[in-house]
Design a binder for this molecule. Structure first.
Ligand SMILES: C[S@@+](CC[C@H](N)C(=O)[O-])C[C@H]1O[C@@H](n2cnc3c(N)ncnc32)[C@H](O)[C@@H]1O
Length: 256
C-alpha cells in the first residue's frame, strides 16, 4: 500500500530545508523587497506603540534585519517552520528565533503586537486572506503591519506554457492582490498599498525552474508530473522577449 501524501506544509518545509544552503546567495529579489519594505515603513519609526515585534515566515532573517536597521527599536522575533533556513542567519540570532508553523495561528505572546512583518511567506500558508485578517487582529491600536507577498498575476508565461503544452502548471497558486488589499483596508489605516512589478530575464524553463529550486520554493500542491511533462513544458516555453514577471503586493499600515 502507498503511504499517504504528507500535508502540503510538510512538503514546503522540506523544500525550503533542501534549498537552505543556497537561499542567501540566490534570493536577490527577496533581499531587494525586504530593503524596500523596511524603507517604506521608516516614517513610522517614532510612531509605533510598545509591544512585541515579529517577522512571520522570517527564513534567514532578511526582513527582520532590514527593519531593525531602518526603524531601530526592539529586535524582531523570527518565526518560521524551517529550522535549516533560520540557521542561515548571519550573524546567528538564536535567542530571537522560534520554530513555528504559522498555519496554527500566532503564538499567544504576539497578541497586542506593536509590529508584525512578513515578506514572501503569506502565499505558502493555508487561506492567506484569513491569515492576514488574524495578523491584523493581533496588532494593538497603532501597531504596524508590513507585508510583501507575490500575487496571482505573477508568472503568466509559466501558466501560458503549461496550457500550450497541455500539462498541469506546478506554480504555487498565489493570492489575489485586491482581496488582500480589501482585507487589510478593513482593519488598518494603509500608508502604502502598491503592486510592484519585477521583471527578470527569461533564460528558458530549465533556468527558471532551477532558480526557484535554489531558494527552496519548488513545493507545489499540483499532482506529480507525468513523465514527459517537463520536456513538453520546455518545448512550449516562450522566448527571451517574454520576461518573467513577479507582481508583489506591498502593504504598510497601522491598526485603527
Ligand atoms: C521565500 S521564503 C521567505 C523568507 C523571508 N521572509 C525572506 O523574505 O527572505 C518563505 C518562508 O516562509 C516559510 N514558511 C512557509 N510555510 C510556513 C509555515 N506554515 N509556517 C511558518 N513558516 C512558513 C518558509 O519556511 C520560508 O522561510
Amino acid at each position: 500500500m502507498n503511504s499517504p501524501e504528507p500535508p502540503f506544509s510538510a512538503k514546503v518545509e522540506r523544500c525550503f530545508s533542501l534549498g537552505a544552503s543556497t537561499y542567501q546567495r540566490s534570493a536577490s529579489l527577496q533581499a531587494a523587497v525586504a530593503t524596500r519594505l523596511a524603507g517604506l515603513a521608516r516614517p513610522l519609526a517614532s510612531h509605533l506603540p510598545p509591544g512585541p515585534r515579529a517577522d512571520l515566515g522570517a527564513g534567514s532573517g532578511l526582513l527582520a534585519r532590514a527593519i531593525e536597521a531602518e526603524l531601530g527599536g526592539p529586535s524582531l522575533l523570527r518565526l518560521d517552520a524551517c529550522g535549516s533556513l533560520m540557521e542561515q542567519e548571519q550573524p546567528p540570532e538564536h535567542g530571537l528565533q522560534r520554530l513555528w508553523n504559522l498555519n496554527q495561528g500566532l503564538p499567544e505572546e504576539l497578541k497586542g503586537a506593536g509590529l508584525l512583518a512578513s515578506s514572501f511567506a503569506l502565499q505558502w500558508l493555508e487561506k492567506p486572506e484569513q491569515k492576514l485578517h488574524h495578523w491584523c487582529e493581533a496588532l494593538r491600536p497603532g501597531g504596524a503591519l508590513l507585508l510583501a507577498v507575490p500575487c496571482r498575476s505573477s508568472f503568466r508565461i509559466w501558466h501560458q506554457a503549461a496550457d500550450a503544452a497541455g500539462v498541469p502548471c506546478t506554480a504555487l497558486p498565489l493570492p489575489d492582490a485586491l482581496e488582500l488589499q480589501e482585507r487589510a483596508a478593513g482593519a488598518l489605516q494603509l500608508h502604502q498599498s502598491q503592486l510592484l512589478r519585477f521583471s527578470r530575464p527569461n533564460q528558458g524553463a530549465r533556468a527558471f525552474l532551477h532558480q526557484i529550486k535554489a531558494i527552496g520554493a519548488q513545493a507545489s500542491p499540483a499532482a506529480r508530473q507525468q513523465p514527459g511533462a517537463l520536456r513538453r513544458l520546455i518545448h512550449h516555453w516562450p522566448g527571451p522577449e517574454h520576461a518573467i514577471v513577479w507582481e508583489v503586493l506591498v502593504l504598510v499600515g497601522q491598526k485603527r
